[in-house]
Design a protein around this ligand. Structure first.
Ligand code: NI
Length: 260
């Protein structure tokens, strides 16, 4: 059994064959998928989508690019959505200090408000971070109390040092397609040494398709490829990766078993 803890199943690229994709993923052992929102409209879509499929859960959040949506009204809408029984986390939320992104202060405020929301709702967080790891770790350290219900660093691609700082904060490290890329040597070295009981699997589909399928649309069907790569890096069996990462995800997101 595998769990894809971060996907975007409401993406237009799945419009024609999502049922087939979900059925095939399940046959490959991917029991559950968490489909993530990244702004208000995609969060609403994620909730509606999760309510259509037994094995799909949702997370709702406003991520850096849409930080301006996280005003009082936006946060109230998000809170309402998060009360749905299929919503298992707040995310993706975070910071991304790349060119053209909203101002740092706006991003930081949106991130913090959503950390507070997650704490209030007793839910874990799914964090997105690009070129902002220093500020990210600083904010998380200053607000450790808001991480009581745990969380994960989605699409982690940082150093050993930052991985262990995040783990110390009680967070998990989510591993996706990037970990299979030929140029991801540093990340591979990091994954070798971080404990398996802190690792989650994810695809972030339809983006970031693992090697050797790059160029194709990504989907939960590629979770076994990501798991095989991780097993090889850690010198353990794929079964061991499957069992432990599923357990980690079930614990964090309070998911049941296959026939729950
Ligand atoms: Ni994503």
């Amino acid at each position: 059994m595998f769990i894809d803890t971060h996907a975007h199943l409401t993406d237009i690229l799945f419009d024609n064959d999502i049922e087939k994709v979900l059925k095939h993923s399940y046959e490959l052992g991917v029991d559950f998928v968490i489909t993530s929102g990244f702004n208000l409209s995609s969060s609403l879509k994620a909730v509606e989508f999760a309510n259509k499929y037994k094995n799909v859960f949702a997370s709702v959040g406003i991520y850096p690019e849409y930080a301006e949506e996280a005003d009082a009204l936006g946060l109230a809408k998000l809170e309402e959505m998060a009360k749905d029984g299929k919503v298992v986390a707040i995310g993706e939320i975070g910071m991304q200090f790349t060119e053209g992104a909203p101002k740092k202060e706006i991003q930081k405020k949106a991130f913090l408000m959503q950390l507070e929301l997650a704490y209030k709702l007793k839910k874990p967080v799914i964090i997105h971070c690009r070129e902002a790891i220093g500020d990210m770790i600083e904010i998380l350290n200053q607000n450790k109390n808001l991480l009581e219900f745990g969380g994960t660093m989605h699409c982690f691609s940082g150093s050993k040092e930052s991985a262990f700082q995040l783990i110390k904060l009680g967070l998990n490290i989510s591993v996706g397609g990037v970990s299979t890329f030929k140029n991801a040597q540093n990340l591979k070295e990091t994954l070798k040494v971080i404990p398996l009981d802190k690792i989650l699997l994810e695809t972030d589909c339809p983006y970031l398709t693992p090697h050797p399928f790059r160029g194709k649309r990504n989907s939960p069907e590629f979770i076994p490829t990501i798991a095989e790569n991780l097993a090889k890096l850690k010198g353990i069996s794929v079964e061991e990766v499957a069992v432990q990462t599923s357990l980690n995800a079930q614990k964090l997101f309070c998911l049941g078993g296959r026939n729950a």
